[in-house]
Design a protein around this ligand. Structure first.
Ligand SMILES: O=C(O)CCC(=O)C(=O)O
Length: 249
């Protein structure tokens, strides 16, 4: 069981997973957002959160890549159009890949890729799409701090609307993701909209936050950001088959 009472069974390798989101998760759909967002507060316990933070910070320094506005660790291999050269997932992440896959998040497949992002207070990520290398579902476990994830319409033809397509004009909604929550994005939220995190140190909540009540927040509230670590857990369908040639002839 998770903290939230969702039944999850985790066994050894090669287990079967449901081909679509399990019935128990439907209560967590965010109805005020386009299809489909599941926001599950307290998906992990405080002990699990501390354990995961410890594992992230005890990973070798060489696992970190510093980018402008955040740093990240890549686990499972580098996704590539010709196929990902898969790397062994460490046990501390494999447990959560299995747990989330057992909710039916990846069409019956098992997550095989995790990006760990660390954002210090005031950092963020530019609006972007996750693209076609992944099964069209992104699942995110948040550790340490909340953030606001912002969603934007793609740049494109806007019939009958001549207003400039600035980021501000394309902004549609935000989601409040609190520490220990699990967020699942599918369909239009994954395939069409862009997502990003504004580089802020505080968030004042308004009714543009589609999951305010589900996240236990009220309009007008101001939340101070701390260091947030996110585990972005996905499935990369195309994996390269490699032949290991040992020794010389
Ligand atoms: O940290 C997050 O929740 C978002 C991460 C993200 O968008 C990405 O890694 O592509």
């Amino acid at each position: 069981m998770t903290n939230n009472g969702i039944f999850i069974s985790v066994e050894g390798g090669g287990m079967e997973h449901p081909a679509c989101i399990v019935e128990d998760l439907k209560q967590f759909v965010v109805n005020d957002a386009p299809p489909t967002v599941y926001y599950i507060p307290d998906f992990i316990s405080e002990d699990e959160e501390s354990y995961l933070q410890q594992q992230v910070y005890k990973s070798p320094k060489t696992k970190w890549t510093q980018l402008s506005g955040r740093r990240l660790q890549n686990w499972g291999g580098l996704p590539h159009p010709r196929g990902m050269l898969a790397e062994k997932m460490p046990d501390w992440l494999r447990t959560y890949c299995e747990k989330i896959s057992s909710l039916g998040a990846f069409g019956g497949k098992t997550a095989n890729h995790v990006l760990v992002n660390e954002y210090k207070e005031g950092e963020g990520i530019m609006p972007h799409e996750d693209g076609p290398l992944y099964h069209p579902t992104v699942t995110t476990v948040s550790l340490g701090s909340h953030t606001l994830l912002d969603f934007y319409a793609p740049v494109g033809v806007q019939e009958g609307d001549a207003s400039p397509q600035t980021e501000e004009n394309r902004f549609l909604l935000s989601l409040l993701v609190k520490p220990r929550s699990l967020l699942i994005l599918q369909e239009e939220m994954y395939r069409r909209l862009l997502h990003g995190i504004r580089p802020r140190s505080h968030d004042t909540l308004t009714d543009t936050v589609a999951n305010l009540s589900a996240a236990g927040a009220v309009p007008g509230e101001t939340l101070a950001r701390g260091t947030r670590v996110s585990l972005t857990i996905r499935h990369v369908p195309k994996v390269m088959k490699t032949t290991l040639v040992l020794g010389r002839k």
